[in-house]
Design a protein around this ligand. Structure first.
Ligand code: XIL
Length: 358
């Protein structure tokens, strides 16, 4: 499973039948030579797959009946994140009563259309059901563990990446965000990851957050130091998700590639998990894609919605398709950037045989 299930870059090379003069002479032996793929890939998912990466989108269960929406989503993307349906309030609305109705709608739509699913999210201060919001101390700690076990058991072996913990750091100090989960003890994050590893050993376990893009920001350093500490102590963590909600207050930083590289150097995958860019500058989108492509452990990019009208920040028109489903300039710049990626590994061309004159 995982990004490696995406077709390999070798598929870019096609075998061409060269008959030429031999055919004119009635010689039926065809020579098989490689030629570069005739054209660049024409969808985001196929373009990303050329370098072994995925290109995903957030999907909302309530829109699966909208054919304009599903047509674009099915055509362009090969990874899916449930925008809200796998969150705590959706999957455990009453304590110990799990409900996967809408989560499974998205999961089944994705898998039936040949896509993978990123799990989002198991432990978070936000979108907690009322019963969880009112818990504290050991009761909350135990409820968190029970929630992780219940959701991961339902999808065991089916979800390549799980956002185990979401948004646990404070925006300005670089320390932990105050929350009911944090107040159960500073070890809550590692307990969540250890629980998740035992629940589904096949899943890659991610820490996911926003405003960890700029290498010089305290929050980035706080998360970096936590991951470094986890790796040094053997706490199971496999990936860091950088949400990538870029806007005037949290702009795309020029050191983004450095941040991706530094996280990856700790021995984790990195992914851009919820990308949207206020105004959808084509240049900024291309820069972001190129930064991911430059880091071999950057496994894929997910945009946070299909059309601008689907966005949680629709007034910022931050996505790749407009409200009518038309491709925006940013779409073209993303596709072109993906298509100019160096295949990884680079296909080795077979030497062109010289026909032997008969
Ligand atoms: C957002 C959804 O897009 C909205 O529909 C919902 O009302 C609130 O959550 N960080 C995350 C995502 O990890 O789950 C959030 O999604 C956006 C910010």
């Amino acid at each position: 499973m995982g990004a490696n299930a995406i077709p390999s870059p070798g598929t870019r090379w096609r075998r061409a039948l060269v008959a030429g003069a031999l055919g004119a002479l009635g010689v039926t032996t065809a020579l098989s030579v490689p030629v570069p793929a005739d054209a660049a890939a024409s969808t985001l998912g196929a373009a990303a797959a050329q370098s072994g990466r995925y290109f995903g989108t957030a999907i909302s269960a309530g829109k699966l009946g909208d054919s304009a929406y599903t047509t674009i989503a099915n055509r362009e993307f090969n990874m899916v994140t449930a925008e809200n349906e796998m969150k705590i309030d959706a999957t455990e609305p009453n304590q110990n009563q799990f409900n996967f109705t809408n989560a499974d709608r998205i999961y089944n739509w994705a898998v039936q259309n040949g896509k993978q699913v990123r799990g989002h999210t198991l432990a978070w201060y936000s979108q907690q059901p009322g019963w969880m919001q009112s818990l504290s101390g050991s009761a909350l700690r135990q409820a968190m563990i029970n929630h992780i076990n219940g959701v991961m058991a339902h999808y065991k072996g089916k979800i390549p990446y799980w956002d185990v913990v979401n948004e646990a750091f404070d925006d300005s100090t670089g320390g932990r965000r105050d929350s009911n989960l944090q107040r159960t003890g500073n070890d809550w994050i590692e307990v969540a990851f250890r629980t998740a590893r035992a629940a589904d050993p096949a899943a890659k376990l991610c820490y996911n957050d926003y405003n960890i893009d700029n290498w010089s920001w305290a929050k980035t350093q706080g998360v970096y130091n936590m991951v470094k500490d986890f790796k040094s102590r053997g706490v199971p963590i496999d990936c860091v998700g950088l949400q990538g909600h870029f806007n005037s207050g949290s702009p795309y930083p020029s050191n983004y590639r450095t941040t991706l590289q530094n996280f990856a150097a700790l021995g984790v995958d990195v992914a851009i998990t919820e990308l949207d860019v206020e105004g959808a500058s084509a240049t900024t989108y291309a820069n972001i894609v190129n930064d991911c492509l430059a880091v071999s452990r950057c496994v894929g990019i997910t945009v946070w919605g299909v059309r601008d009208s689907d966005s949680w920040r629709s007034s910022q028109t931050p996505l790749l398709f407009d409200g009518n489903g038309n491709k925006k300039a940013a779409y073209t710049s993303v596709l072109n950037a993906l298509n100019s990626a160096t295949p990884n590994p680079t296909p080795t061309p077979t030497p062109t045989p010289t026909p032997t004159p008969t």
